[in-house]
Ligand binder design. Structure first.
Ligand code: HPA
Ligand SMILES: [Zn+2]
Length: 344
């Protein structure tokens, strides 16, 4: 069913219960917090103001962004920094009626510059606990390997995670995609799975359909991050549809990094129409100009999504989550109740 007006669509999107499945916590570092942490930790940053930082956020591809992203996270030094960063994200998505989030972090982005694994994860985990008790947002943590680094480095990072395995839901794969196919991390992913961790990977953001195949068949992932370029391969589309593989799609990220030139050309609607289990996510909201509802709203407006599309996207965000079956069923019922109330 279509919406009576853009305002009605906006209200529907704002209120529907939803989960976020693709969010790099370091990518939620707002320029204002970057300045505050730089000051707190007596670190020089090459910008005079938050406005100047925002002006620097003009990217023509993934690597352009990553260069600034790794530079930005340099202000994160103490456990408290990671706590504040993560808590700010939860407060923000609480306003978006998100009730669950599965959050990536990039430990190698911190250990490489001398910040201990434990400092980063302890701060993040404390915020996960406080978000549950204070905001009623459930969450899980996914540890990403940086794919531009070696597999040995990934294995060493997995080793560092040993004391935290009961608090880490899974492993992921991010950073520069082209030239770093999923198969580079065969052993690291096999080891993570043997330890009982779930597996996800970025693939098909800039990389070809072959990388998506590898993520599925070699890394044996349970969820696909991005996956846009899968649509170039009809056999791959069939495979993703038949397995109901969740795709964590990030529309404003795709626009910012020139994966699409215009949101009106974004493949999200096509994915839904093909029967793929697509979800909407923010990726790195402070860098790409929008949190969860901004991504829903911008895409709904550009692609003329109707109520059924929004409901499908919100439901997919729970179906594709690592919540248990009971929590998923409860969330799907919550969505049905919300729709009934909205229509009534
Ligand atoms: O969008 C992304 N792609 C790959 N790596 C990343 N690391 C943070 N964000 C991203
Ligand atoms: Zn990402």
């Amino acid at each position: 069913m279509s919406f009576a007006s853009p305002e009605q669509r906006q209200a529907f999107i704002a209120g529907i219960p939803k989960a976020e499945l693709h969010l790099h916590i370091e990518g939620s570092l707002e320029p204002e917090m970057m300045f505050a942490l730089a000051q707190r930790n007596a670190i020089d940053i090459p910008f005079a103001s938050a406005e100047e930082v925002r002006k620097a956020y003009a990217f023509s591809n993934l690597q352009d962004f990553l260069d600034i992203y790794y530079q930005g996270m340099n202000v994160l030094r103490t456990e408290e920094d990671f706590y504040d960063l993560t808590m700010a994200y939860f407060r923000r998505i609480h306003a978006d009626n998100a009730i669950h989030a599965e959050i990536f972090f990039d430990p190698q982005g911190h250990t490489e510059r001398g910040v201990a694994f434990s400092i980063a994860i302890d701060g993040i985990l404390r915020a996960l606990d406080d978000a549950q008790s204070g905001l009623n947002i459930s969450s899980q943590l996914i540890m990403c390997f940086l794919r531009h680094l070696s597999e040995e480095d990934a294995l060493a990072t997995l080793e560092k995670a040993t004391p935290y395995l009961d608090r880490i839901a899974g492993v992921g794969l991010d950073s520069s995609e082209l030239g770093h196919p999923p198969s580079k991390f065969t052993k690291a992913f096999a080891k993570a799975k043997a330890l009982g961790l779930k597996a996800v990977a970025h693939a098909g953001e800039e990389g070809p359909p072959d990388y998506v195949w590898e993520a599925l068949d070699v890394l044996k992932i349970e969820r696909m991050d991005h996956g846009n370029r899968s649509l170039e391969d009809p056999r791959l589309v069939e495979r993703l549809r038949d397995n109901q593989m969740t795709l964590t799609v990030c529309p404003l990220s795709n626009l910012s990094l020139c994966v699409v030139n215009d949101l009106r050309d974004h493949p999200l609607k096509k994915m839904l129409d093909l029967g793929l289990r697509a979800t909407v996510n923010s990726d790195d909201p402070s860098y790409f100009g929008g949190y969860l509802n901004d991504n829903y709203e911008a895409t709904a407006s550009a692609l003329d999504l109707d109520k059924d599309d929004i409901v499908a996207l919100a439901k997919n965000s729970f179906r594709g989550s690592f919540l248990d079956e009971e929590a998923i069923s409860r969330s799907l019922r919550d969505i049905d109740d919300y729709v009934a109330r909205f229509d009534g």
